[in-house]
Design a protein around this ligand. Structure first.
Ligand SMILES: *Cc1c(COP(=O)(O)O)cnc(C)c1O
Length: 362
C-alpha cells in the first residue's frame, strides 16, 4: 500500500502534513523512565476494593454528563476554593485543545516559553493558531524582558506557563509569572502537571488576575492510564470552554476509578512523597557522574547534559541495558546533549545509575 495520495496531499492542511505525529516508543519489558509516570502500583487491598467498584459500574450507560460529585471531590482534595468552576478533560491535553479551540483564529497567537511542553505548539497548529515560542534564559529561567516584548508584539490570545516546566524541571521566579499574567492581554494557563512534586502552587493568582486559570492532571501523580485532566477557573471562562467539550468526554471507568482513588488520596500522596525522596537521591548520584550539567528539579524527572555529542550513545546504551529514558538532543537548540530521566522506584534508579556508570565509563 502506498502512503501518498494526491487527494490527501491536496486537502490535508499543509501545516498538518508538515507535522510529525507525537512519538511514543514501545516500552516492551523495559524499565520506563521516559514518560514521568509514577512507578508504584496500589496495594492489593486497594486493587480488590477498586475491582468491586468497577464490577458495579454500569458500562451500558452513558457517563454522568456533569460529574458534579467528582468535581467537588477534586476541588476539596486539591484545596481549591469551591467558588471556582471545574472542567474535566481526557487528560490535560484535551483541556489544552479545548481552550485553544475556543481562543483560536487565523491571526491569533498562542505563546509559551521554550523549551517547553511540545503539545502547546502542536495544538496551536491543529487549531490553526500562530505559535510563538520565547526562548528561556540562563538555567531555563523565564526571560522576562523577552517574554514581555513578545507579549507586546504578538498580543497572544493564549499563554501557557508550565510550573514546574517540562522538560527543564524548574519553577520560574514567581514575580515573573505574575508579570506575565499582568501583561498578557488574553488567557494565561498555569499548567501544574507536576504539582505533586513541588511546594509551590498558583491558585491564588486566579484571585489576583481575571485572565488566569489553573490546570492539573492525575497523570504524573499515579493515574496516567485513566486520563484525567482538571481545569480550575472562573465561571466566565469555563462556561465558554464547556460548550466546546464533547459530551461524555470522561468515561464511566475513569470517573468511577478516580472517585475511588480520591478516597485513598493518602496513598497517592505517600507515593509522590516517596518519589520526592527518590529524586533527591537520584540527583545527588547523577551529580557524581561525568555529566556536563545536572539541573535540580521540582518535578518527577531530572534533566542532564552529557559531554558534547554523547547523549545519543548513552541513550542507546541505556536502551540496550533495558532502560528507556528520553533523549532530548535535537528537540530544541537549548536541549543539546540533554537526557531526561523520570524518577523511578529506588530499585529502578539504582539500575539506571548502574547502567549509566557502564555507559559513561565512570
Ligand atoms: C504531561 C504533561 C501534560 C499532559 O498530561 P495529561 O496526561 O494529558 O494529563 C500537560 N502539561 C505538561 C507540562 C506535562 O508535562
Amino acid at each position: 500500500m502506498t502512503d501518498s495520495n494526491p487527494i490527501v496531499q491536496q486537502w490535508i492542511r499543509p501545516e498538518i502534513q508538515a507535522l510529525k505525529a507525537y512519538q511514543v516508543p514501545p516500552a516492551g519489558n523495559m524499565i520506563k523512565l521516559d514518560a514521568m509516570e509514577n512507578p508504584y502500583r496500589w496495594p492489593q487491598y486497594m486493587v480488590d476494593e477498586w475491582l468491586e467498584v468497577l464490577r458495579a459500574t454500569p458500562i451500558n450507560r452513558y457517563p454522568d454528563p456533569v460529574a458534579a460529585e467528582l468535581k467537588e471531590e477534586l476541588s476539596l482534595r486539591m484545596g481549591v476554593d469551591p467558588a471556582y468552576e471545574v472542567m474535566l478533560g481526557n487528560g490535560s491535553d484535551e483541556l489544552i485543545q479545548i481552550m485553544a479551540m475556543c481562543l483560536a483564529g487565523p491571526d491569533r497567537t498562542l505563546l509559551a516559553p521554550e523549551p517547553g511542553f511540545v503539545m502547546y505548539r502542536m495544538i496551536a497548529t491543529f487549531c490553526g493558531m500562530h505559535y510563538r515560542g520565547v526562548p528561556l534564559g540562563e538555567d531555563f529561567e523565564l526571560d522576562l524582558p523577552a517574554t514581555l516584548e513578545a507579549i507586546a508584539e504578538n498580543q497572544p490570545a493564549l499563554v501557557f506557563l508550565a510550573q514546574p516546566n517540562n522538560p527543564t524541571g524548574n519553577l520560574f521566579r514567581l514575580e515573573s509569572v505574575r508579570a506575565v499574567c499582568e501583561a498578557a492581554p488574553g488567557l494565561v494557563v498555569l499548567d501544574e502537571a507536576y504539582m505533586a512534586f513541588t511546594d509551590r502552587q498558583h491558585l491564588e493568582l486566579m484571585a489576583d488576575y481575571s485572565n488566569v486559570v489553573v490546570m492539573r492532571t492525575l497523570s504524573k501523580m499515579g493515574l496516567a492510564g485513566l486520563r484525567l485532566g482538571i481545569l480550575f477557573g472562573p465561571r466566565a471562562w469555563l462556561q465558554e470552554f464547556d460548550k466546546v467539550r464533547l459530551p461524555y468526554n470522561i468515561n464511566v471507568l475513569t470517573e468511577a476509578s478516580v472517585k475511588f482513588a480520591l478516597t485513598h488520596y493518602d496513598v497517592i500522596k505517600a507515593q509522590t512523597a516517596e518519589l520526592r525522596a527518590n529524586r533527591a537521591e537520584l540527583l545527588a548520584a547523577l551529580q557524581q557522574l561525568p555529566f556536563a550539567r545536572v539541573w535540580p528539579s521540582e518535578a518527577n524527572f531530572i534533566l542532564a547534559r552529557t559531554a558534547p555529542g554523547q547523549a545519543g550513545a548513552i541513550h542507546q546504551a541505556l536502551k540496550t541495558a533495558g532502560i528507556l529514558v528520553k533523549c532530548l538532543h535535537g528537540a530544541h537548540p537549548q536541549l543539546e546533549d540533554c537526557l531526561r530521566f523520570t524518577v523511578g522506584t529506588a530499585d529502578e534508579n539504582r539500575l539506571l545509575l548502574q547502567a549509566l556508570h557502564g555507559a559513561m565509563d565512570a
